[in-house]
Design a protein around this ligand. Structure first.
Ligand SMILES: Nc1ncnc2c1ncn2[C@@H]1O[C@H](COP(=O)(O)OP(=O)(O)OP(=O)(O)O)[C@@H](O)[C@H]1O
Ligand SMILES: [Mg+2]
Length: 361
C-alpha cells in the first residue's frame, strides 16, 4: 500500500524526537531510512506500525487515515534488529504464529508455512528451534513470520545489524530480490549508507528528528540537499578554509572578509577531482597545484589525500593509471563544487573547462 505522513511529531516527555516529518511512499517501493543514531528512524517506524502514538500529525496507509487503527489491523509486518523469535517454539510454529492468531484453519496454515519456508530457503528446518539456526537463518525466519499474514507494508528495523559483514551482504541482495518479487511496500532502517544505496529504490535521510532529503540513491548522492547529507552520504571534502581558485570565480560571492559567509559550506566529491602528474603536463589554467600527502588502496582505485595550498582534497585514481607517490607535486583539476547556503544550494562548474559538468561525475 502507499503511505503518506503529514507533519508528524513525536515527544518522549520533554524530548522532541520527531519534528514535523512529511513524506509519501508509493506502493511497492523498497525504501531505506538512513541516518545517524538517535535521529528518529525507529520512532517513525513504530508510529507507522501503530506501536507508538504521534504527538501530532497524520499517517495515511493506503489512503486511509490510520492514526486510530490498532496495530493488529494495520496489515503491517515487522522485523526487528534482534531476531525476536519465540525461543520455545519450532521454526514452523514461529512462522505460523500470526496465522494462528488470525484463527486460520490448520490446512491453510500448513500450506502457507510451507510456501514461506520455500520462499526463504529453509525447507527441512521446520522442526528445529531458533537456537539451532545461524543468525542469517534466524533473520530469514523472522522475514517469513512477518510475511505470513500477507502484510501490505513490511517494516524492517536494522534487520542485518547483528549479522557479520559477509552474510549481511548476501542477505541484503537476497532481501532486495525477495521484496521485488513480492512487490510489497517495504521500509528498512539502516545506519549503513552502502546498504541503503545498494538495496533501496529510494532513500529518506533522517537526522535530528527531521527528514533531510528523499530521493533515489543517485539523486541523494549527486544532489545532496544540505551540507549534512553531503557529509553523510559518500565521500566528500569540505573546504574548511575559503579558497580563491581562478577557475571558480563564483566562489567569491560566498565569502566576505577572508571567511565563508555565515551558514555557507562548500564540498567536493572525489569523482569531481582529477589528479595529474606535474612533470608530464603543463599546469592548465583550470587546475591548481598540490602535494600528495597520503595514498591508500580501496580495491577499485587508489585514494589520494592531497594538500592544495592548505586545503585537504580527496581524489580517486584508477588502479594502474598512475603511480603517484607521497610528497609528489601534482596538478589537481576540480570539475565542480557544491555550495550550501542558508537559502539553498548551488553547483559551481569549472569555468576554464569547455564542459564543466559532464553527466557522470
Ligand atoms: N521510549 C523512549 N523514551 C525516551 N526517549 C526515547 C525513547 N525512544 C527513543 N527515544 C529518544 O528519541 C530519539 C530518537 O530515537 P530513535 O530510536 O527513533 O532513533 P533512531 O534513529 O532509530 O536511532 P538508532 O539508529 O540508534 O536506532 C533518541 O534521542 C532517543 O534517545
Ligand atoms: Mg533505531
Amino acid at each position: 500500500m502507499d503511505i503518506e505522513v503529514r507533519n508528524l511529531h513525536k515527544k518522549y516527555n520533554q524530548f522532541h524526537a520527531v519534528r514535523g516529518v512529511n513524506f509519501r511512499i508509493a506502493k511497492g517501493r523498497l525504501v531505506g531510512f538512513l541516518g545517524p543514531s538517535g535521529g528518529g528512524k525507529t520512532s517513525i517506524l513504530r508510529m507507522l506500525a501503530g506501536l507508538e502514538q504521534p504527538a501530532s500529525g497524520e499517517i495515511y496507509l493506503g489512503g486511509v487515515l490510520a492514526n486510530s487503527i490498532p496495530v493488529q489491523r494495520r496489515r503491517i509486518g515487522f522485523v526487528f534488529q534482534h531476531y525476536a523469535l519465540f525461543k520455545h517454539m519450532t521454526i514452523y510454529d514461529n512462522i505460523a504464529y500470526g496465522l494462528m492468531v488470525q484463527k486460520k484453519s490448520k490446512e491453510e496454515i500448513r500450506l502457507r508455512v510451507n510456501e514461506l519456508l520455500k520462499l526463504v530457503g529453509l525447507e527441512g528446518s521446520e522442526r528445529k528451534y531458533p537456537h539451532q539456526l545461524s543468525g542469517g537463518q534466524k533473520q530469514r525466519v523472522a522475514f517469513a513470520r512477518a510475511l505470513a499474514p500477507n502484510p501490505e507494508l513490511l517494516l524492517l528495523d536494522e534487520p542485518f545489524a547483528a549479522i557479520d559483514a559477509k552474510i549481511r551482504k548476501e542477505l541484503r541482495s537476497w532481501l532486495r530480490d525477495l521484496i521485488n518479487e513480492l512487490g510489497v511496500t517495504s521500509i528498512f532502517v539502516t545506519h549503513d549508507q552502502d546498504e541503503a544505496i545498494e538495496v533501496a529504490d529510494e532513500i529518506l535521510v533522517i537526522h535530528q528528528g527531521r527528514l533531510e532529503q528523499q530521493g533515489t540513491p543517485y539523486d541523494v548522492y549527486r544532489e545532496p540537499s544540505s551540507a549534512f547529507v553531503a557529509r553523510f552520504i559518500g565521500e566528500s571534502t569540505q573546504l574548511a578554509e575559503p579558497v580563491q581558485w581562478a577557475a571558480f570565480p563564483e566562489l567569491r560571492q560566498f565569502q566576505a572578509g577572508g571567511n565563508w559567509k555565515e551558514g555557507v559550506s562548500a564540498f567536493l566529491r572525489p569523482e569531481a577531482v582529477e589528479v595529474r602528474k606535474s612533470d608530464t603536463e603543463q599546469l592548465p589554467s583550470a587546475g591548481i597545484g598540490g602535494v600528495v600527502k597520503h595514498i591508500h588502496f580501496r580495491g577499485d582505485a587508489w585514494c589520494l589525500e592531497i594538500d592544495a595550498g592548505g586545503t585537504r582534497i580527496i581524489a580517486y585514481s584508477q588502479q594502474g593509471s598512475s603511480d603517484f607517490k607521497v610528497d609528489e607535486v601534482v596538478n589537481v583539476l576540480i570539475r565542480r563544487i557544491t555550495v550550501f547556503t542558508p537559502e539553498g544550494s548551488a553547483v559551481l562548474g569549472n569555468q576554464s573547462l569547455e564542459d564543466p559538468m559532464p553527466v557522470f561525475i
